[in-house]
Design a protein around this ligand. Structure first.
Ligand code: PGA
Length: 250
Protein backbone atom coordinates (compact mmCIF):
# COMPACT_ATOMS: atom_id res chain seq x y z
CA UNK A 1 0.00 0.00 0.00
CA UNK A 2 1.35 3.42 -0.93
CA UNK A 3 0.88 5.66 2.09
CA UNK A 4 -1.46 8.69 1.99
CA UNK A 5 0.43 11.97 1.86
CA UNK A 6 1.74 14.01 3.43
CA UNK A 7 3.83 11.57 5.38
CA UNK A 8 4.91 13.08 8.70
CA UNK A 9 7.34 11.05 10.77
CA UNK A 10 8.78 11.95 14.17
CA UNK A 11 12.20 10.65 15.16
CA UNK A 12 12.43 10.88 18.94
CA UNK A 13 16.15 9.99 18.91
CA UNK A 14 17.54 9.34 22.42
CA UNK A 15 14.68 11.12 24.15
CA UNK A 16 11.89 9.63 26.17
CA UNK A 17 11.79 7.83 29.48
CA UNK A 18 8.68 5.71 29.98
CA UNK A 19 6.59 8.38 31.63
CA UNK A 20 7.40 11.00 28.97
CA UNK A 21 6.86 8.60 26.09
CA UNK A 22 3.54 7.45 27.47
CA UNK A 23 2.42 11.09 27.79
CA UNK A 24 3.55 11.97 24.26
CA UNK A 25 1.96 8.89 22.71
CA UNK A 26 -1.24 9.53 24.68
CA UNK A 27 -1.43 13.15 23.55
CA UNK A 28 -0.98 12.08 19.91
CA UNK A 29 -3.57 9.32 20.29
CA UNK A 30 -6.10 11.86 21.56
CA UNK A 31 -5.61 14.03 18.49
CA UNK A 32 -5.65 11.20 15.96
CA UNK A 33 -9.36 10.60 15.64
CA UNK A 34 -9.45 9.83 11.94
CA UNK A 35 -6.17 10.28 10.12
CA UNK A 36 -6.40 11.58 6.56
CA UNK A 37 -2.65 11.41 5.92
CA UNK A 38 0.26 9.41 7.36
CA UNK A 39 1.66 10.02 10.81
CA UNK A 40 4.38 7.93 12.44
CA UNK A 41 6.73 7.99 15.41
CA UNK A 42 10.13 6.40 15.96
CA UNK A 43 10.69 6.12 19.72
CA UNK A 44 13.75 4.67 21.47
CA UNK A 45 13.85 0.85 21.63
CA UNK A 46 13.15 0.74 25.37
CA UNK A 47 9.69 2.26 25.00
CA UNK A 48 8.82 1.01 21.52
CA UNK A 49 6.52 -1.77 22.70
CA UNK A 50 4.64 0.46 25.10
CA UNK A 51 4.24 3.24 22.54
CA UNK A 52 3.05 0.76 19.92
CA UNK A 53 0.51 -0.63 22.38
CA UNK A 54 -0.68 2.86 23.31
CA UNK A 55 -1.12 3.80 19.64
CA UNK A 56 -2.89 0.61 18.55
CA UNK A 57 -6.03 1.45 16.63
CA UNK A 58 -5.09 5.11 16.06
CA UNK A 59 -3.52 4.57 12.64
CA UNK A 60 -0.29 6.22 13.85
CA UNK A 61 2.64 4.12 12.65
CA UNK A 62 5.42 3.12 15.02
CA UNK A 63 8.97 2.29 14.00
CA UNK A 64 12.48 1.72 15.29
CA UNK A 65 15.36 4.15 14.77
CA UNK A 66 17.78 1.49 13.52
CA UNK A 67 18.23 -2.26 13.28
CA UNK A 68 21.16 -4.64 12.98
CA UNK A 69 22.20 -5.85 9.53
CA UNK A 70 21.97 -9.51 10.52
CA UNK A 71 18.70 -11.27 11.37
CA UNK A 72 20.05 -12.61 14.68
CA UNK A 73 23.25 -13.65 16.39
CA UNK A 74 25.99 -12.78 18.84
CA UNK A 75 25.80 -8.99 18.47
CA UNK A 76 25.81 -7.59 21.97
CA UNK A 77 23.71 -4.49 22.40
CA UNK A 78 22.06 -4.68 18.99
CA UNK A 79 18.40 -4.92 18.02
CA UNK A 80 17.19 -7.02 15.09
CA UNK A 81 14.47 -6.24 12.59
CA UNK A 82 12.50 -9.23 13.91
CA UNK A 83 12.67 -7.77 17.44
CA UNK A 84 11.14 -4.55 16.11
CA UNK A 85 8.30 -6.51 14.53
CA UNK A 86 7.92 -8.50 17.70
CA UNK A 87 6.96 -5.33 19.61
CA UNK A 88 4.57 -4.29 16.82
CA UNK A 89 6.78 -1.80 15.01
CA UNK A 90 5.98 -1.67 11.30
CA UNK A 91 8.86 0.53 10.14
CA UNK A 92 12.52 1.33 10.73
CA UNK A 93 14.90 4.19 9.94
CA UNK A 94 18.25 3.23 8.44
CA UNK A 95 21.20 5.39 7.49
CA UNK A 96 20.39 8.36 9.69
CA UNK A 97 23.23 10.87 9.58
CA UNK A 98 23.78 10.49 13.31
CA UNK A 99 24.72 6.87 12.54
CA UNK A 100 26.44 7.41 9.19
CA UNK A 101 28.62 10.22 10.46
CA UNK A 102 28.44 9.72 14.23
CA UNK A 103 29.08 5.96 14.13
CA UNK A 104 30.76 5.54 10.75
CA UNK A 105 28.05 3.50 9.01
CA UNK A 106 28.85 3.02 5.32
CA UNK A 107 26.49 2.87 2.34
CA UNK A 108 27.07 -0.88 2.10
CA UNK A 109 26.16 -1.40 5.76
CA UNK A 110 23.06 0.76 5.41
CA UNK A 111 22.01 -1.23 2.37
CA UNK A 112 22.40 -4.53 4.23
CA UNK A 113 20.34 -3.15 7.11
CA UNK A 114 17.64 -2.06 4.68
CA UNK A 115 17.59 -5.47 3.01
CA UNK A 116 17.33 -7.20 6.38
CA UNK A 117 14.50 -4.88 7.42
CA UNK A 118 12.64 -5.50 4.16
CA UNK A 119 13.01 -9.26 4.55
CA UNK A 120 11.26 -8.83 7.90
CA UNK A 121 8.46 -6.83 6.27
CA UNK A 122 9.34 -3.46 7.80
CA UNK A 123 8.75 -0.24 5.89
CA UNK A 124 12.24 1.20 5.56
CA UNK A 125 13.00 4.90 5.84
CA UNK A 126 16.35 5.32 4.09
CA UNK A 127 18.15 8.55 5.03
CA UNK A 128 20.69 10.30 2.85
CA UNK A 129 22.21 13.77 3.02
CA UNK A 130 25.31 15.84 2.40
CA UNK A 131 27.61 17.35 5.00
CA UNK A 132 28.14 21.06 5.31
CA UNK A 133 31.53 20.86 3.56
CA UNK A 134 29.97 18.97 0.65
CA UNK A 135 27.17 21.50 0.52
CA UNK A 136 29.58 24.41 0.43
CA UNK A 137 31.67 22.84 -2.31
CA UNK A 138 28.56 22.15 -4.39
CA UNK A 139 28.89 18.37 -4.21
CA UNK A 140 25.37 17.84 -2.89
CA UNK A 141 23.81 16.19 -5.92
CA UNK A 142 26.78 13.90 -6.51
CA UNK A 143 26.81 12.86 -2.85
CA UNK A 144 23.08 12.16 -2.81
CA UNK A 145 23.39 10.11 -5.97
CA UNK A 146 26.27 8.06 -4.61
CA UNK A 147 24.63 7.48 -1.21
CA UNK A 148 21.32 6.47 -2.74
CA UNK A 149 22.92 4.15 -5.26
CA UNK A 150 25.17 2.64 -2.58
CA UNK A 151 22.47 2.11 0.04
CA UNK A 152 19.33 1.34 -1.96
CA UNK A 153 18.22 -2.23 -1.12
CA UNK A 154 18.24 -4.54 -4.12
CA UNK A 155 14.84 -5.09 -5.73
CA UNK A 156 12.98 -2.73 -3.38
CA UNK A 157 9.75 -1.01 -4.40
CA UNK A 158 7.88 2.18 -3.49
CA UNK A 159 5.72 0.25 -1.03
CA UNK A 160 8.77 -0.90 0.88
CA UNK A 161 11.08 2.09 1.04
CA UNK A 162 10.73 5.81 1.73
CA UNK A 163 13.75 8.05 1.15
CA UNK A 164 14.43 10.89 3.60
CA UNK A 165 16.66 13.68 2.32
CA UNK A 166 18.31 15.18 5.39
CA UNK A 167 21.20 17.60 4.88
CA UNK A 168 23.56 16.86 7.78
CA UNK A 169 24.10 20.58 8.35
CA UNK A 170 20.36 21.14 8.75
CA UNK A 171 19.76 18.39 11.32
CA UNK A 172 19.26 19.93 14.76
CA UNK A 173 20.78 23.27 13.75
CA UNK A 174 17.74 25.44 13.01
CA UNK A 175 19.06 25.96 9.48
CA UNK A 176 17.31 24.71 6.35
CA UNK A 177 18.20 24.88 2.66
CA UNK A 178 16.37 27.35 0.43
CA UNK A 179 13.15 25.88 -0.93
CA UNK A 180 14.61 25.86 -4.45
CA UNK A 181 17.53 23.80 -3.20
CA UNK A 182 15.22 21.29 -1.53
CA UNK A 183 13.35 21.01 -4.83
CA UNK A 184 16.57 20.52 -6.77
CA UNK A 185 17.82 17.78 -4.43
CA UNK A 186 14.48 15.98 -4.48
CA UNK A 187 14.44 16.07 -8.27
CA UNK A 188 17.93 14.57 -8.39
CA UNK A 189 16.90 11.84 -5.95
CA UNK A 190 13.84 11.10 -8.08
CA UNK A 191 16.01 10.87 -11.17
CA UNK A 192 18.18 8.23 -9.56
CA UNK A 193 15.21 6.36 -8.05
CA UNK A 194 13.75 5.90 -11.50
CA UNK A 195 16.86 3.95 -12.40
CA UNK A 196 17.06 1.99 -9.15
CA UNK A 197 13.47 0.82 -8.78
CA UNK A 198 10.84 -0.33 -11.27
CA UNK A 199 8.37 2.05 -9.64
CA UNK A 200 10.95 4.69 -8.73
CA UNK A 201 8.55 7.44 -9.78
CA UNK A 202 6.29 6.48 -6.86
CA UNK A 203 8.84 6.27 -4.05
CA UNK A 204 8.01 8.88 -1.40
CA UNK A 205 10.82 11.34 -0.72
CA UNK A 206 10.68 13.20 2.59
CA UNK A 207 12.66 16.25 3.68
CA UNK A 208 14.24 16.31 7.15
CA UNK A 209 16.37 18.81 9.08
CA UNK A 210 15.04 21.56 11.37
CA UNK A 211 11.42 21.16 10.32
CA UNK A 212 9.23 23.14 12.72
CA UNK A 213 5.57 24.18 12.85
CA UNK A 214 6.44 27.51 11.23
CA UNK A 215 8.33 26.18 8.18
CA UNK A 216 6.52 22.86 7.65
CA UNK A 217 3.81 24.18 5.31
CA UNK A 218 6.22 25.82 2.88
CA UNK A 219 8.56 22.83 2.89
CA UNK A 220 5.74 20.36 2.26
CA UNK A 221 4.49 22.57 -0.59
CA UNK A 222 7.80 22.17 -2.45
CA UNK A 223 7.24 20.07 -5.60
CA UNK A 224 8.45 16.52 -5.02
CA UNK A 225 8.32 16.66 -1.21
CA UNK A 226 5.99 13.90 0.03
CA UNK A 227 6.33 14.81 3.69
CA UNK A 228 8.82 15.41 6.47
CA UNK A 229 10.99 13.59 8.98
CA UNK A 230 11.00 15.65 12.16
CA UNK A 231 13.44 15.35 15.04
CA UNK A 232 13.36 17.88 17.88
CA UNK A 233 9.96 19.31 17.02
CA UNK A 234 8.34 15.86 17.21
CA UNK A 235 8.85 15.71 20.99
CA UNK A 236 5.99 18.11 21.63
CA UNK A 237 2.59 16.64 20.73
CA UNK A 238 0.91 19.95 19.91
CA UNK A 239 3.83 21.13 17.78
CA UNK A 240 4.15 17.81 15.98
CA UNK A 241 0.42 17.76 15.32
CA UNK A 242 0.61 21.30 13.84
CA UNK A 243 3.34 20.11 11.48
CA UNK A 244 1.06 17.28 10.41
CA UNK A 245 -1.79 19.74 9.87
CA UNK A 246 0.47 22.17 8.02
CA UNK A 247 0.84 19.53 5.32
CA UNK A 248 -2.93 19.14 5.06
CA UNK A 249 -3.29 16.24 7.47
CA UNK A 250 -6.34 16.08 9.72
P1 PGA B 1 15.74 17.84 13.57
O1 PGA B 1 16.16 16.34 13.22
O2 PGA B 1 14.30 18.00 13.11
O3 PGA B 1 15.88 17.94 15.05
O4 PGA B 1 16.64 18.74 12.80
C1 PGA B 1 15.72 15.71 12.04
C2 PGA B 1 16.22 14.29 11.98
O5 PGA B 1 17.33 14.02 12.43
O6 PGA B 1 15.50 13.39 11.50
Amino acid sequence: MVLPRPIVFGNWKMHGLRVESEALAGALAERAKRLTATLGVFPPFTVLGEVAARLTGTGIMVGGQDCHERPKGAYTGSISAAMLRDVDASAVIVGHSERRHGLGESDALVRTKAETALAEGLLTVLCIGETEAQWLSDETLAVLDAQLTGSWPAGATAEQVIVAYEPVWAVGTGRTPALDDIERSHAAIRHRLQRLAVDGADVAILYGGSVKADNAAEIMAVPGVAGVLVGGASLDAAGFWSIYQAGGGA
